[in-house]
Every structure is written in C-alpha cells, then in structure tokens.
Design a protein around this ligand. Structure first.
Ligand SMILES: Cc1cc2nc3c(=O)[nH]c(=O)nc-3n(C[C@H](O)[C@H](O)[C@H](O)COP(=O)(O)OP(=O)(O)OC[C@H]3O[C@@H](n4cnc5c(N)ncnc54)[C@H](O)[C@@H]3O)c2cc1C
Length: 385
C-alpha cells in the first residue's frame, strides 16, 4: 500500500522517488533501532542528523534557507511511511510543524538562523502550548512573558511536550498580556542552550509511544531577547496557532492511515497462517467480514486524506475539514486496530506481537493535537453558522 490513490493529483514523479528514499532510510536506520529507542525514551541525535543529511526534513523549506522548496507533500510521505513501519518514537511530526511556523511567521533573521539547523537535524524543535492546568482551553494559559528592558522575562510551566527532553528550539505559547484572553497570547522562540532558569522534567512514563521524547518544561524568570517574538507584534499567537493547527491535525490523520495499512497487512498474514477448528482463521466468515469492513474504511480514509493533502497544497484546507481528518482518522485507526488485535487472539495482547504495540501507540492519537471532542466542536461550529 502507499499513501497515494490511483487518482491522487498532488503527487509527481519526485514524490515517488522520495517515497523510495524514505522507505530505505527507515528500513536501514529506524526499524533496527526501535526497541532501543523505546527503552531509552527518545531517538538518537545521530538519527536526526542522518535524516537531515538525506534531505528528508527540508521538503517544505524554501531553497533560500537550504530546503528543497516544496510544500506539504514530502512531509506527508515521511509521516505516512513512519506510520507504515509502526514507529511512534521519532518526533518528526512536531519538527515539521515547527518548521512550518517558521516558514510562515519568522523574520528573515530568525529563518536564516533556525531553518538550516532544523532541516539538517542539528537542532530539534518543540511546540509548547499545554500546561498542567490547561490543554484544550489554550487561551487560558498562565505562562507569562513580561517585558524587561529589551528582553522578555518568562515564568511558567508546560507539560506533555513532544521533543521536550531534547529540544534546542521551543516555540513557546505565552501570555504577553494576562488581562486579555486569546488576544494576550504570543509565541516566543526559546533557544534552550545554556538558558538560565530553564529546566526539563524527567521522561514521562506513557502508555505507548515509549520511544517518543515527551517532557515537562519549567521556566523560572528565563530571559529571552524581544527579537525572539514570532510575528510582527504581540498578541498574534492564538491566531498563528489556529492558522497552523490544520497541518497538525492533517498529519495525525496521515499517520493514522500508515498505521492502519501496517495493522491490516500484519493481521492478514496472521489469519492466513493461524488455524482453528481445522481451518485458517481467514476462512471464517467473521474474519473475512471484519477485514472487509476495515479495508473499506481504510480506502475511504485514503481518499479523504489525499483530498486534504491536495487542499493544503492549494492553501485551501479549512479548520473544520482538518478536524475531520484528525477525528475520523484517529478514531478509525483505533477501531481497526482493536479489531485486528482481537483477530490475533491472546497473541494480540503480547507485546512481542507488533499489533499490541500499535494498540498502545494509537490511543493518544484521539487526545493530542486537540482532543477529538474539540475536533467535533470545531466541525459543529462550521455547521451552525
Ligand atoms: C503523548 C502526548 C504528546 C503531546 N504533545 C504535545 C506537544 O508537543 N505540545 C503541546 O502543547 N501539547 C502536547 N500534548 C498535549 C495535548 O495536546 C493535550 O493533552 C490535549 O490537547 C488535551 O488537553 P488536556 O490533556 O489538558 O485535557 P483537558 O483539556 O483537560 O480535557 C479533558 C477531557 O475533557 C474534554 N473536553 C475539554 N474541553 C471540552 C469541550 N469544550 N467540549 C467537550 N469536551 C471537552 C477533552 O476532550 C478530554 O476528553 C501532548 C499530549 C500527549 C499525551
């Protein structure tokens, strides 16, 4: 299976070549190391740099900043293929989100400094919105950035931050005006190296995605130059988040499709081999129907995801449609993987079987990137105009 449908229009010859290169890279560099990354709670720095050397991360970056000048198509392939090998450890989704924020909102100097570092894998990026006291309700964040001379003095804490344990750059959601709700939110670029008052919490012990670096972050009177504000003025942060969230939501749908394709492939081979009552499991009508239903849902998702990729390539992906991709993709993923696990019987519950790991890794897809309840709220708003 591939990400593309037979009628996809956004993909060109170069995307097919890129797909082959990404697959080879994952087979050589990621698949053999996945158990170790799970044990260590994060991928090697070296892995990021190898991805950088291959040009995997620069697909959406203008050539002026050392990228290859494309847009979302290359990232879509990288993320689908990552799902397709069942990897939940490499935090490339967030790296790609950070890169897109910079391409869209950063000053020339900020772009010149950060983009080459991020696409070469020398620097790792994180996006920190969620706080211990608030996740869904982003405009209620408490982390404050107060002007002091030509710096911001930042105090507060963030939680569940992907790439947080290793990030060199954090796009930090702060309140520059705590008297205002959404209009008081600003995004500030925080370079973590030797930053006084900045601390990372220990690795968070998650249900799944064990190799994915997820951390709490603490800021105690951290001083950051005012030139690190993202965008031309304060108070634009909430707007910037809302404008960029469609990509975060679509990429969760893309990953969901990759994981579904892998789960189906593995389950089909399992039920073709396993026997019960003198027959292959595949010969039982329940198995055939379950797999027929799952395959149909996967193909519907593939068509929708390809339509969304075309829309985002045309700059036409609206918030409600992206929310549908995230909600429907992650829910379909969890439903199908649950069915696939059931078809494995007891072995499906044993972590030596990849389906058990996919089951644990999949659950969070309905929570992060905006919970599925929030997605439904956004979709409902677009109906109730
Ligand atoms: C592994 C992992 C990685 C993450 N990575 C990042 C990251 O890189 N950066 C980042 O900023 N955050 C990250 N998050 C945080 C994630 O985005 C939040 O957990 C998520 O947005 C939900 O926020 P919350 O946990 O505070 O739940 P809450 O907002 O407290 O919600 C709890 C429950 O109430 C429901 N709920 C809340 N409001 C409404 C409403 N209005 N209507 C209906 N139901 C509602 C929610 O859907 C949920 O079911 C990550 C989380 C995890 C687990």
């Amino acid at each position: 299976m591939t990400l593309f449908t037979q009628t996809s229009t956004w993909n060109q010859e170069e995307h097919l070549l890129f797909t082959d290169a990404v697959k080879r890279f994952y087979a050589d560099e990621l698949v053999p190391n996945m158990p170790r990354y799970d044990a260590e709670g994060m991928v090697d720095r070296d892995f990021w740099q190898k991805a950088g050397e291959l040009g995997i991360m620069g697909g959406s970056v203008p050539e002026e900043y050392e990228g290859s000048g494309g847009s979302y198509g290359f990232d879509s392939i990288t993320l689908y293929e990552q799902g397709k090998i069942g990897d939940g450890s490499w935090g490339y989704g967030i790296q790609s989100i950070v890169i897109h924020y910079l391409v869209k909102y950063a000053s020339h100097d900020q772009k010149t400094y950060w983009l080459p570092r991020l696409i070469s894998g020398k620097s790792i990026g994180a996006l920190a919105m969620t706080e211990p006291g608030c996740g869904s309700d982003v405009q209620s964040i408490k982390t404050q950035a107060q002007k002091k001379g030509n710096h911001y003095q930042i105090s507060g804490s963030k939680t569940f931050i992907t790439n947080g344990g290793s990030a060199d750059l954090i796009i930090l959601a702060t309140k520059t005006d705590p008297t205002k709700g959404a209009k008081g939110v600003s995004l500030i670029l925080v370079e973590t190296s030797e930053l006084e008052g900045f601390r990372r919490g220990p690795r968070m012990n998650k249900l799944g995605q064990k190799g994915n670096d997820t951390a709490e972050l603490f800021f105690e009177d951290v001083m950051v130059p005012q030139t690190n504000l993202l965008g031309k003025e304060e108070g634009l942060g909430f707007y910037q988040l809302m404008k960029q969230l469609p990509w975060e939501r679509l990429l969760i749908g893309i990953t969901a499709l990759g994981i579904i394709d892998l789960a189906l492939e593995q389950t089909i081979s399992y039920v073709q081999e396993r026997k019960a009552f003198g027959k292959r499991l595949m010969d039982l009508q329940n198995t055939r129907f379950k797999l027929a239903e799952a395959k149909t849902k996967a193909e519907l998702l593939r068509t929708f995801i390809n339509d969304c990729i075309q829309r985002i390539e045309n700059n036409q992906l609206d918030a409600a449609t992206a929310s549908m991709a995230k909600y429907w993709g992650s829910e379909t993923q969890n439903h199908i993987i649950n069915e696939c696990l059931q078809l494995h019987g007891g072995y499906g519950y044993i972590l030596d079987y990849p389906i058990a790991r996919l089951y644990a890794d999949s659950r969070v897809q309905m929570i992060y990137g905006g919970s599925n309840e929030i997605m439904k709220e956004l979709i409902a708003r677009s109906i109730d105009t």
